[in-house]
Design a protein around this ligand. Structure first.
Ligand code: IMP
Length: 180
């Protein structure tokens, strides 16, 4: 059921579950003997990560990193690592788990960091992709749940000023909510 601050539903909970199941099966096959580390970008990836990992049936680990370039509905451009991960990444296969890729700035910085630390491989898995917002062409997600237009969305981890992460679906936020 759509809340009154939502203009349009982008992904229902059932659609999200189907996406996670499909990705889970693909990852299970591709990473069978690689013991990948799923690295969630805090905080938005948390619901996606927990849904996704249920469907991965090979050995794997999880960890989290927090990097931020956002304030309100706009990217600020500068990326800061606010919380680093604990697991050493040298020679490990990394799957970066994101809620949405927009400009790509956050992931570019995080990928550079992991490359410097000697990761064996780095791939991106994202629930949503906003290619119209992209300013970095080196960030190419391997797994994309859904490609969407350049609209501001919330729910299933995605927030507007820390609100709405708890919705079990993803929807476009009504402009009236942030254009006051
Ligand atoms: P990027 O560095 O511009 O690719 O930004 C990625 C991050 O920006 C995501 O992990 C989100 O936290 C945030 N973000 C980008 N677009 C949206 C949106 O439509 N709604 C909520 N957060 C967004």
């Amino acid at each position: 059921m759509k809340n009154n601050f939502i203009e349009e539903i982008i992904l229902t909970h059932e659609e999200i579950a189907d996406i996670c199941k499909k990705f889970g099966e693909e990852i299970t096959e591709e990473y069978q003997d690689k013991r990948p580390i799923l690295v969630g970008l805090l905080k938005g990836s948390v619901p996606f990560m927990s849904e996704l990992m249920k469907y991965i049936k090979c050995d794997m680990e999880i960890d989290f990193i927090q990097a931020s370039s956002y304030s309100g509905v706009k990217s600020t451009g500068a990326v800061m690592v606010l919380k680093d991960m604990i697991t050493p990444v040298k020679d490990r296969h990394i799957l970066l788990v994101e809620d949405i890729v927009d400009t790509g700035l956050t992931l570019r910085e995080v990928m550079n960091l992991f490359q410097d630390r000697g990761a064996a491989s780095i791939e991106i898995i994202t629930l949503l992709n906003k290619p119209d917002g992209r300013t970095v062409n080196t960030v190419v997600p391997k797994y994309i749940g859904k490609t969407i237009p350049n609209k501001f969305v919330v729910g299933f981890g995605l927030d507007y000023n820390e609100l709405y992460r708890n919705l079990d679906y993803v929807g476009v936020l009504k402009e009236a909510v942030y254009k006051k």
